[in-house]
Design a protein. Structure first.
Length: 239
């Protein structure tokens, strides 16, 4: 008999409030069965579940299916994509655009590194000129296809040749020797004999930190013209 109880007001109420209240609540308010409300709503195309049903909205979203995980080239965060996006390299357009900007800047720096390298500058000298670390310069040269020889450098061979048959110039120790640079390598110093001193590890450290005694410094004065700069201040006070 409920089909005879439908009025325009009740129908409007079902149409406007069905998703908010559901058939059971509307049935109580209208004095009708929930089934009757459901069937009436169905006539008007209201076929989906009402909003107040638990987890209704959680079913709406991207289609479920297999996913692949890709690490962003720029931010290194990992993000899941559908398989057809298997060639994706970035997690977002922002990361892609920022990475392109960094790469453009990197290419500009590498061009400057290459220009100085062609002028016969060492990696250490290039680092000073461009205010970069030695590692950044070596990485730049490697990316340009230039073998920097860092791992197979000739420096150890030259140092060995220089130290051969020598003793420490300050104490005479011979069991362990270093080839100490007068002008540091990072400041453009070479492996030429006139820029090297044969020193034991202890005196090498004292030399680099300018903590020599006056007597020790005088022993290298033949090669180090500013030898007094390497004397510790407390020994200078005794002069």
């Amino acid at each position: 008999m409920s089909r005879f109880n439908w009025t325009s007001e009740k129908i409007n109420k079902v149409i406007t409030e069905y998703y908010l209240k559901g058939p059971a609540q509307l049935g109580l308010e209208l004095g009708l069965s929930s089934r009757s409300v459901y069937e009436k709503a169905k006539q008007f195309g209201l076929k989906i579940e009402p909003k107040n049903k638990k987890n209704y909205r959680s079913t709406i979203g991207p289609k479920k299916g297999p996913r692949i995980t890709i690490e962003c080239l720029f931010c290194k965060n990992k993000k899941e994509f559908q398989p057809y996006r298997s060639t994706a390299k970035y997690c977002s357009l922002n990361c892609r655009n920022e990475h392109y900007r960094v790469l453009a800047n990197t290419n500009e720096i590498n061009s400057k590194i290459l220009e100085l390298y062609k002028d016969k500058r060492t990696a250490a000298q290039i680092a000073i000129f461009l205010n970069l670390s030695n590692t950044r310069v070596r990485d730049g040269l490697i990316s340009l296809g230039i073998n920097t020889g860092h791992k197979n450098s000739s420096r150890p061979k030259l140092a060995y040749k220089f130290k051969k048959n020598k003793v420490c110039e300050m104490c005479g120790f011979e069991r362990a020797l270093d080839a100490a640079h007068i002008i540091p390598h990072i400041k453009g110093g070479t492996m030429e004999d006139d820029n090297l001193l044969a020193l034991c590890p202890n005196h090498h450290r004292l030399f680099d930190n300018k903590k020599l005694t006056l007597e020790e410094a005088q022993k290298i004065s033949y090669k180090v013209k500013n030898y007094m700069d390497y004397v510790h201040p407390k020994y200078k006070r005794d002069l």
